[in-house]
Ligand binder design. Structure first.
Ligand SMILES: *[C@@H]1O[C@H](CO)[C@@H](O)[C@H](O)[C@H]1NC(C)=O
Ligand SMILES: *[C@@H]1O[C@H](CO)[C@@H](O)[C@H](O)[C@H]1NC(C)=O
Ligand SMILES: *[C@@H]1O[C@H](CO)[C@@H](O)[C@H](O)[C@H]1NC(C)=O
Length: 893
């Protein structure tokens, strides 16, 4: 059929490249839209199919000025980004679909994601100081790696980035971000949804994207849009010029602080104004990456000359200009109209660190010495340790490698240069490297008992540190590369020397860790280190050399050389020009080319992993990590259409604020749990259980882990725990065992709950788990929206009590039986009657079915996201594995 917006097509490059040009709508509102909203509009136009994306949606987006915070609109990103934890269940589902279609005589090689999917294997790195990290990581994760490798070969549209290549956010930025996509002769802006919280980083390059839950990302892989409330957009206007001594980090933290104070939770932030052009692409991505810190959905930097310098593509520039997604800053009258505007003066940014206990407690470097002193004096709190005056003078001598040293309050014992999150900025890492070089040349050293480390974030960072010649100097100061992935900032440091720990304990000292991550809290680095400061990488080097945080860099020397010469920080601090020169010479020119090549070659470990060439995945029946899930067979037996629920029992009777962590805990597997029983039956020892997070590829474990939280408050049971009442027998059982028994007895299940059901982190198993337990509906006072969507996605009805009502006001004991009859055609937010108990007695109450849109109703009627619906298929009410799996949405090409 003809595309409804064919009349908007335009061409470039002598007609060889086509695109949809929203300017051809000739609608004056387009020029006033924030550029991030223009991206949403272009995607909606391109993806308009009358089902998932309708003409009304395009109208709503155009009418953003009126519709912000009101209209629900669809967004079809150009690609999906998965990291290993969340990638496993999605890929396992696709592999299982292949089995299912093969059983029905269809060619399984037709089952592929529709939306290009990048899968990055980066998690579970633990720093192990006795074995080589990479080998350890690979041994621990062999089964999963084999599965990923199979995925990379078997599926079209799936790109697997091997382990040890770097943490997901950095790879996303450096390799996978393309600013525009060129596909089958069409050019369009790049955009992404991902399951990693750092997905937002790419907004620094003008690529719109944010993090979503596992189920949502799976839906996008299968060609469906995500749904969002048309966001408010806060314009952040940058003015003034950058102070030469401020690092990029200072700028980033300064801007972040402003945004945090502005209270912009849930909104888009978009940068504009004359100051923006002073920020490098790296600065922008760093700011964009920090947006979880200030709760914005995205921090968007429209494409401008700075972005293009990095890309060097004429086509890209003409395209972005043609659809007005290019920002020039020259003419303020071209500025979009924002929901509100915040102005930030860049001249006001100076150097800060933060700590000693919380990232939000910033201290100007110039007042660090006084601040630490006052922390020693103050009573215990975020800014206090309450050390008595006489104890503040404590000095504890100890021996390390045959030499005597002394520790005092403020002594630095851990110094970690980490290029992660806010510090993946090449200029900042180079500043640190140059500082190390100049320090070594000046004859300074770092005391050997300080646990120093360098975690570059990706192989690429090591590469440019090496090509720019600074890596050996890091090494000379003790900052050796320890591996990639999330290391020190998630608590995986190698232990401190025992003599140091003893000295700290003996003197009850407030010892310090200094690191360049972006999250920390007391004791997280290491139990005995009570003060932890976040600082930019060059300051981590500086404090490591000084050996203490109690130093005023202006007045006191950083160190004294062997020949007694005092060296100050300003003597060796590299200039901005010096850094930029090196950045241009080494980072930008070489690395971007090199990376793609290395990606192709992969690393030797990855290449040596054996994996079959088959179209179907050869499931290993013994595997306790990767198993074919039972949705597809269950779908037939468990949810026959029509979907009325008769005489259901309540599996659980819950109160307010049941979080996703209650529903599907991610942590360790308790030794007395249904999942543990299962794993023991597979001959695993408790030491080998691993966490629920690591076993997301095993539905048997995850189903047993559903509601397995020890903090679950079930009103059927007096105390917290993962137990419930099997009502017919009156027995108290594990939730899983009760559900299994109900399923055997053919009894439908619902859940009763209070307010805010399903708040917290989204994860795919929070909906899949209850589904596999046989839960058909959740009746609650209110739902967290994302979780509500996930329930709809799995075909579980989210039903809301009428305002003011709840289980208590309706005098429900929870032990009644519940019948919910669905009308033949269900409309959004329809009110349904729930009959309670013996229907002849006529007790009943009314609930609102929280299907907000027609699309929700469609999802639900077809058992959630699995059906790729065409309008014709919506008419089908018989639902079998075959009809939904064979639907064309799953097929690429
Ligand atoms: C920014 O701040 C500097 C120094 O405080 C001041 O001189 C300058 O005028 C300010 N710029 C703007 C545009 O407000
Ligand atoms: C961000 O959101 C979380 C949870 O919604 C909230 O606890 C926190 O206070 C918010 N932070 C800011 C800076 O708004
Ligand atoms: C640094 O570069 C040199 C020379 O190109 C190479 O031999 C060495 O292996 C590199 N080191 C690292 C850690 O990449």
């Amino acid at each position: 059929a003809e595309h409804p917006y064919n009349h908007l097509t335009d061409t470039l490059d002598n007609g060889r490249i086509k695109f949809f040009n929203p300017q051809k709508l000739n609608d004056p509102r387009y020029d006033k839209l924030p550029l991030s909203i223009r991206v949403l509009l272009e995607a909606a136009i391109r993806k308009c199919d009358g089902l998932y994306t309708k003409k009304e949606d395009i109208q709503s987006i155009l009418d953003w000025q009126e519709q912000q915070n009101k209209a629900e609109v669809p967004f079809s990103p150009a690609r999906v980004l998965l990291q290993d934890f969340t990638g496993i269940p999605a890929m396992v589902d696709l592999a299982a679909m292949r089995d299912a279609v093969a059983k029905h005589g269809v060619d399984p090689s037709l089952v592929n994601p529709r939306c290009p999917t990048d899968l990055i294997v980066d998690h579970s790195l633990q720093i192990d100081y006795t074995l080589k990290n990479q080998e350890m990581e690979l041994i621990r994760n062999k089964e999963r790696l084999q599965f990923f490798k199979w995925c990379s070969k078997a599926f079209k549209n799936v790109n697997v980035v091997p382990p040890d290549f770097g943490a997901v956010h950095q790879v996303n930025l450096e390799y996978l971000s393309r600013v525009v996509q060129l596909n089958e002769g069409f050019i369009y802006p790049d955009s992404v949804v991902g399951t990693d919280s750092h997905t937002t980083m790419v907004n620094g390059l003008g690529i719109l994207g944010w993090g979503v839950g596992g189920i949502e990302s799976e839906a996008v892989m299968l060609g469906q849009p995500v749904s969002l409330t048309l966001p408010q957009v806060v314009g952040c206007k940058l003015v003034g010029s950058i102070n030469p001594l401020s690092t990029s980090i200072d700028i980033v933290l300064g801007i972040t602080k402003h945004l945090r104070q502005a209270g912009i939770a849930g909104k888009f932030v978009e940068f504009f104004g004359p100051g923006v052009s002073q920020l490098s692409a790296a600065d922008r991505t760093t700011i964009a990456n920090m947006c979880p810190e200030y709760n914005a959905t995205v921090s968007f930097f429209p494409v401008d000359q700075v972005t293009l310098n990095q890309e060097k593509l004429e086509l890209l520039e003409s395209y972005m200009k043609a659809i007005k997604l290019f920002q020039s800053y020259e003419d303020p009258s071209e500025d979009p109209h924002y929901s509100e505007v915040i102005e930030i003066n860049l001249s006001s940014m100076v150097s800060y660190v933060s700590g000693p206990k919380r990232p939000q407690d910033r201290v100007a470097v110039s007042s660090m010495k006084e601040d630490f002193q006052s922390c020693l004096d103050e009573k215990v709190g975020f800014k206090g340790f309450h050390i008595s005056k006489e104890k503040q003078e404590t000095r504890v001598p100890f021996l390390h490698c045959g030499q005597e040293y002394k520790l005092a309050h403020g002594s630095v014992v851990i110094a970690a240069v980490i290029s992660c999150t806010n510090n993946c900025n090449p200029s900042v890492m180079l500043t640190a490297g140059l500082l190390a070089k100049k320090a070594v040349e000046a004859g300074l050293v770092v005391k050997p008992y300080i646990r120093t480390s360098l975690a570059p974030g990706s192989g690429m960072v090591t590469h440019y540190l090496n090509t720019s010649g600074v890596l050996p100097y890091f090494s000379q100061l003790g900052f050796e590369v320890i591996g990639y992935g999330c290391a020190t900032c998630v608590g995986n440091t190698a232990p401190l020397p025992e003599a140091v720990v003893d000295a700290i304990k003996q003197g009850e000292l407030v010892a310090c860790g200094v690191l360049s991550g972006n999250r920390h809290f007391e004791g997280r680095l290491c139990e005995c280190v009570r003060a932890n400061y976040l600082a930019s990488p060059p300051l981590v080097v500086a404090y490591a050399i000084a050996g203490t945080v109690g130093i005023d860099f202006e007045k006191e020397p950083l160190g004294v050389t062997a020949v007694g010469k005092e060296v100050y920080l300003h003597d060796i601090w590299p200039s901005r020009e010096e850094i930029q020169q090196i950045e241009e010479d080494t980072v930008i020119s070489s690395v971007f080319k090199d990376l793609g090549e290395r990606m192709e070659k992969g690393n030797t470990f990855w290449n040596n992993i054996e994996c079959p060439d088959s179209v179907l995945f050869p499931w290993d029946q013994k595997s306790t990590y990767i198993r074919s899930p039972s949705f597809f067979s269950k779908l037939v037996s468990l949810l026959p259409p029509p979907q009325s629920i008769e005489n259901a029992h309540a599996l659980l009777f819950l109160g307010d604020k049941v979080t996703t962590d209650h529903i599907s805990p991610a942590g360790s597997i308790a030794r007395v749990s249904a999942a543990a029983k299962y794993l023991l039956s597979k001959r695993l020892t408790p030491r080998e259980f691993n966490s629920y997070g690591a076993r997301r590829g095993n539905d048997a474990v995850m189903t047993r882990g559903t509601f397995a939280s020890i903090k679950l408050q079930n009103r059927f049971i007096g105390k917290p725990g993962p137990k419930t009442l099997h009502i017919p027998s009156g027995q108290t059982l594990d939730v899983f065992e009760a559900a299994e028994r109900y399923q055997r007895e053919g009894i439908n299940l619902i859940i009763l709950a209070g307010k805010d059901y399903g708040s917290g982190n989204s994860r795919d198993w929070v909906a899949k788990g209850p589904y596999l337990l046989g839960v058909r509906a959740v009746i609650a006072e209110s739902f967290e929206k994302l979780h509500k969507n996930q329930l709809v996605g799995m075909g579980i009805m989210p039903l809301e009590f009428l305002p003011g009502q709840n289980a208590d006001s309706l005098e429900l004991s929870g032990k009644e039986r519940f019948t919910i009859t669905l009308p033949d055609s269900l409309s959004p937010r329809e009110q349904l009657t729930v009959k309670v108990g013996d229907t002849s007695q006529g007790k009943s109450f009314v609930v609102t079915a929280l299907f907000d849109t027609e699309l929700d109703v469609n999802f639900f009627r077809h058992g959630g996201l699995q059906p790729g619906l065409t309008p014709a298929e919506c008419a089908l009410d018989s639902r079998t594995a075959a009809t939904f799996i064979i639907s064309p949405v799953y097929f690429h090409g």
